[in-house]
Design a binder for this molecule. Sequence first.
Ligand SMILES: NC(=O)c1ccc[n+]([C@@H]2O[C@H](COP(=O)([O-])OP(=O)(O)OC[C@H]3O[C@@H](n4cnc5c(N)ncnc54)[C@H](OP(=O)(O)O)[C@@H]3O)[C@@H](O)[C@H]2O)c1
Length: 286
Amino acid sequence: MAPNYSVKDLIPLTGSDAKIPRIGYGVYKSTDCRAAVLTALSMGYRHIDTAQFYKNEAEVGEAIKISGISRKEIYVVTKIQYPVENSVEKTLESIRESVQRIDPGEEDRKGYVDLFLVHTPASGREGREVLWRALELLKMEGGTVDIGVSNYGIEHLFQMETYTSINPVCNQIEVHPFCQQREVIDLCKSKGIAITAYAPIARNTRSENPTLVTIGEKHGRHPTQVMIKWSLQKGYFPLPKSDNPDRMRANMDMDGWELTEEEMTEIERLDEGQGGAVCPYPLNCP
Ligand SMILES: NC(=O)c1ccc[n+]([C@@H]2O[C@H](COP(=O)([O-])OP(=O)(O)OC[C@H]3O[C@@H](n4cnc5c(N)ncnc54)[C@H](OP(=O)(O)O)[C@@H]3O)[C@@H](O)[C@H]2O)c1
């Protein structure tokens, strides 16, 4: 029998008491973010991925409030890109504001996010340390349950060992069949760092690929669904984004079917390394 891959499955994170819903919903370039998140929540999505850079944290927060779903049932992720004036205190202020926008809290409950990430390693060694110290402080004061990183390559992860007192629970990177990121993922696995997979359907640019089309036909599924299923069977947490309700539904229709070992192997052969990235990111920037 095919294993259960429901959008509401909760998977434990190493180094945390929290559990993360297996499939996320990304809101980068969402055209009407508040409406889209409301639709996603009504369909069953429980993991929303936003960022300061997307300029829609407040809309995510409004949608969560209006949905009437208990805050603790929804897993919200946001990110900060650069430190503020290289100051831990000012950076902490900025990330507190993000929390305020997403979840201002209630009379008897302090607001929080579930996961706060360093969006990119692009601020350099010193900047990354400032960002991490601010995130550690936010976690200690209860503004976020967990902290993690995004777009971090091998060197950035090793370097973190010199300044972290709290380990990252996840590394959010571009992963899909054409950009499989094997080396950095192997390192993350060895360190107990979960992989959240952004652009999991390569922004729908590879849906004509004959291997994916053939596999999809065997299962009566669209190639993008095959890509999401591959991600899940690899143990990643994919974050597909769609503004379209039919595609949102298709992206979470992962239950009751499974890719065979042979199909997984065929998909492994599609890897094009960094050349296959749709969002080329300097995982090796200094
Ligand atoms: N950490 C980072 O640096 C980073 C970078 C990029 C993205 N992300 C996160 O990851 C999320 C997803 O990545 P992404 O938005 O770049 O790419 P994606 O999810 O791979 O692709 C989104 C694109 O595919 C289309 N689409 C969605 N479902 C489809 C389906 N079933 N069939 C055909 N087309 C479909 C969408 O159009 P419609 O909306 O019209 O359906 C949209 O144009 C983002 O929203 C964001 O939360 C993080």
